[in-house]
Design a binder for this molecule. Structure first.
Ligand code: BG6
Length: 491
């Protein structure tokens, strides 16, 4: 296969035997190998605390791959090539001494060093410090860090300040894996390559926007972490606000990372604070109880493994967000995300306003507005709901709503839709930061979330219960119904 890999680099993966590495990063790197997207001279160093060696590391990862890599994607030649790139280093990340093995491995090589910190954020500063002390950090070092960047604005500043001691902003790649999803990038193409939409993309033509990120999973053995975070910090502060930014931002002057990120920051700054009485009508928090998902009985949040009774952490949030700017004044953005929903799907719906004067059957007036449906997962695609005349002499001028559809899996048949992490790792290797989150984005998002949390904590109202397998508390339906609208559930 022809290689499209651009530059050779060294990737040092801290936390190489951790959950994220095994579930996402190593499979993604393998897929890049299989697609000939890793340069022949790219080397990989796996760093973990486990006392094992290269053979032991390979055996463990191969075992895990059996469940992660589809049979059709298992290519033994690529797999052997992939593992032959590795060195395994057993390292206590907190102790400076062991870091010499990284310097020795580098041995003065000029190729960029990518440090992927697949570790708890509390270790980012320590790893940065030790890397810097042992002389491994240079101009061509790139550092990838994962969320959560803090629990709030203050703690995110601490983490960012610590990282800033050792790395400049242009070296930092903060991951929000939603930005690596194929349709999310297509959103940029859709908005800024089609003038058709550019003229319609504002409060004059759009009535409201819905963003739903629904998951069927519960807490999956992460109760301790999740209970400290909750759905608002875990999903809204990052993924949902990033999607909102991409929908709401003004056109950037080019595709450079800073042009795009400057525009996203303007959106975050324009978010109206949700505080005080507004919370009663603009926010719903929920927590799931026992129920049924895809035919199986599942426990409630408080009965999950490791649960502590009485927790009032939310597993569902619905928010009516508004932006104070010319483009979006008066256009609500309804955000909804929850665990243990009936289906896993992520979808954005742009609801256009109806035509100024309606001339068709009054009974059909309720369907007379266009919708643009952007499906992130599953079945990635974009569909524009348009109105046409129903076919047949007897139908008169009856209207019919139908899709102008672009299904990526049908349109690009042979192609596998790459996982978000494949795209993101590929962009890091090429030194492109546009799909990564800049420090000020993280911080403005936290400022908005912090104010919201402060207000709801002051209200001291427990989350509303919803049975697993439902679309959240009825209050979420009431929130949107009050505005004469409903959640779009034709999925
Ligand atoms: C992660 C959250 O960032 O995103 C998880 O921490 C969540 O709680 C996950 O399940 C959802 O990602 P995806 O790609 O499966 O929608």
């Amino acid at each position: 296969m022809k290689s499209h890999a651009t530059t050779a680099c060294d990737i040092a993966l801290f936390g190489a035997l951790g959950d994220l590495a095994q579930r996402k990063l190593l499979p993604a790197l393998y897929q890049l190998e299989r697609s000939a997207l890793l340069h022949a001279d790219t080397r990989l160093m796996a760093l973990a605390r486990d006392k094992t060696d290269l053979a032991g590391f390979e055996a463990r990862i191969r075992e895990r791959f059996k469940a992660r890599i589809a049979e059709a994607d298992w290519d033994e030649e690529a797999m052997s090539r992939f593992f032959s790139r590795f060195t395994y280093t057993c390292l206590n990340f907190k102790a400076c001494e062991g870091y010499q093995s990284l310097t020795q491995w580098r041995d003065g090589r000029k190729a960029p060093l990518i440090v992927y910190m697949a570790t708890p954020p509390s270790l980012y500063g320590t790893i940065g410090e030790h890397l810097s002390t042992c002389g491994a950090v240079g101009q061509n070092t790139r550092v990838v860090v994962e969320k959560p960047i803090g629990q709030n604005f203050a703690t995110s500043c601490q983490i960012n300040d610590r990282l800033a001691r050792y790395f400049s902003e242009s070296q930092l790649y903060r991951i929000d894996h939603y930005l690596g999803k194929e349709t999310v990038q297509n959103l940029i193409a859709l908005r800024f390559a089609n003038n058709l939409f550019a003229t319609q993309w504002n409060q004059k033509y759009i009535s409201h926007v819905e963003i739903t990120v629904a998951e069927t999973v519960g807490i999956e053995g992460r109760w301790g972490y999740f209970d400290q975070a909750g759905q608002l910090r875990d999903m809204v502060q990052n993924h949902l606000l990033q999607l909102l930014c991409l929908i709401a931002m003004d056109p950037p002057s080019d595709l450079s990372a800073d042009s795009i990120r400057d525009e996203k920051v303007k959106v975050l700054k324009a978010l109206k604070p949700l505080t005080g009485d507004l919370l009663e009508t603009h926010l719903v928090r929920g927590q799931y109880t026992a129920g049924n998902i895809e035919g199986a009985q599942v426990p409630g949040y408080l009965d999950e493994e490791g649960a502590v009774s009485g927790s009032s952490t939310e597993t569902f949030v619905a928010i009516k967000a508004e932006l104070a700017n010319w483009r979006w004044a008066g256009v609500p953005f309804y955000l909804r995300t929850g665990k243990r929903m009936p289906q896993k799907y992520s979808q954005i719906i742009i609801h256009f306003k109806p035509a100024p004067h309606y001339i068709f059957d009054p009974d059909q007036k309720h369907i007379a507005n266009n919708k643009l449906i952007i499906r992130l997962q599953p079945d990635e695609g974009i569909s524009l709901q348009v109105l046409t005349k129903d076919q047949g002499l007897d139908k008169g001028m009856r209207l019919r709503q139908g899709p102008l559809q672009l299904s990526f899996s049908e349109a690009f048949q042979a192609e596998r839709v790459p996982d978000a992490y494949e795209r993101l790792l590929w962009e890091v290797m090429n030194g492109n930061q546009y799909l990564f989150v800049r420090r000020d984005e993280v911080e403005y998002a936290w400022r908005w979330i912090d104010r919201l949390i402060e207000s709801w904590e002051a209200m001291n109202v427990p989350p509303k219960r919803y049975p697993a397998g439902s679309w959240g508390p009825v209050a979420s339906i009431a929130m949107i119904t009050r505005d004469g609208r409903s959640w779009y559930e034709d999925v």
